[in-house]
Design a protein around this ligand. Structure first.
Ligand SMILES: CC(C)(COP(=O)(O)OP(=O)(O)OC[C@H]1O[C@@H](n2cnc3c(N)ncnc32)[C@H](O)[C@@H]1OP(=O)(O)O)[C@@H](O)C(=O)NCCC(=O)NCCS
Length: 232
């Protein structure tokens, strides 16, 4: 099963945060959370749903970064994670055993000819921005997507969103177009910028391998079986 593997992020450096960080009902030193060894980038587990829902809820409730109107519950998030992992990856960045951010991919469209294209999303705890967590998540996400056989990666972001646009540009995405006044939230219309990058060539593709059936080899760069887990 997908959750039996982990990916160790490389060369992310140490972080020295001093401000207090509130996560859900807990308030604690950001330094306790973040000033540690490199974060581990690993496949999301259903048990991560609470932390993931907590990070996402802030963006749903307070911003138009997400155009959802109601933050999903922990149970709903668990369902989303499990459902997503059948076909595409959902990764988390874990610091000291806690989720600092996450990224996932989903089918771009249901129609058959779109099956080599995915949409991606990435969310990092607001207290931990600009520390390469988004970069580390995306780097590993794209490596897996390429290995699965996907060719195009799309991202749709409420526009403007300097952080998201900046990260996507930094990761090689180019703007494709803007849906004008496509979403209504907080009493006004919002545009969506679509960006795209290639993760493969134009040669005829073979069907993408669903993530749940991906064969993970221990010699694959960045991958290793979780202690006590098994590869398949
Ligand atoms: C977008 C987001 C995931 C970026 O994650 P991050 O870990 O802070 O980004 P990184 O540290 O990996 O940044 C990598 C590069 O992206 C660009 N970037 C990141 N944040 C940026 C910002 N606020 N403004 C401009 N460029 C930015 C920069 O080029 C940066 O490299 P640099 O720091 O050397 O200049 C984070 O800002 C976030 O969670 N935002 C809210 C949720 C969101 O918008 N998600 C995207 C939905 S589609």
């Amino acid at each position: 099963m997908a959750g039996t593997f982990f990916i160790q992020a490389r060369a992310l450096g140490c972080w020295n945060l001093s401000r207090q960080m509130k996560r859900g009902s807990r308030t604690e030193s950001a330094a306790d959370f973040a000033h540690s060894a490199d974060p581990e980038i690993r496949v999301a587990l259903p048990e991560d749903a609470r932390d993931i829902a907590s990070i996402y809820a802030q963006y749903v409730s307070d911003t138009v970064v997400s155009l959802e109107e109601r933050a999903p519950s922990e149970a709903e998030m668990r369902e989303r994670i499990v459902r997503t992992l059948e076909f595409t990856p959902w990764l988390v960045a874990s610091l000291n055993g806690r989720v600092a951010g996450y990224a996932y991919a989903q089918r771009h469209r249901e129609r058959a000819a779109y099956r080599w294209a995915v949409d991606v999303s990435v969310y990092v705890d607001p207290a931990l921005h600009r520390r390469r967590i988004g970069t580390a998540l995306y780097r590993e996400l794209f490596a897996i997507l390429a290995r699965q056989g996907f060719r195009r990666v799309c991202a749709g972001l409420t526009y403007p969103n300097a952080g998201s646009e900046g990260l996507h540009r930094a990761m090689g995405f180019v703007p494709i177009g803007i849906y004008r006044r496509i979403g209504w939230k907080f009493g006004r219309w919002h545009d969506t910028l679509w960006m795209q990058r290639e993760i493969g060539g134009d040669e005829p593709p073979t069907d993408p391998v669903p993530f749940a059936r991906l064969k993970v080899r221990t010699d694959y760069d960045g991958y290793a079986p979780r202690k006590g887990g098994s590869s398949r």
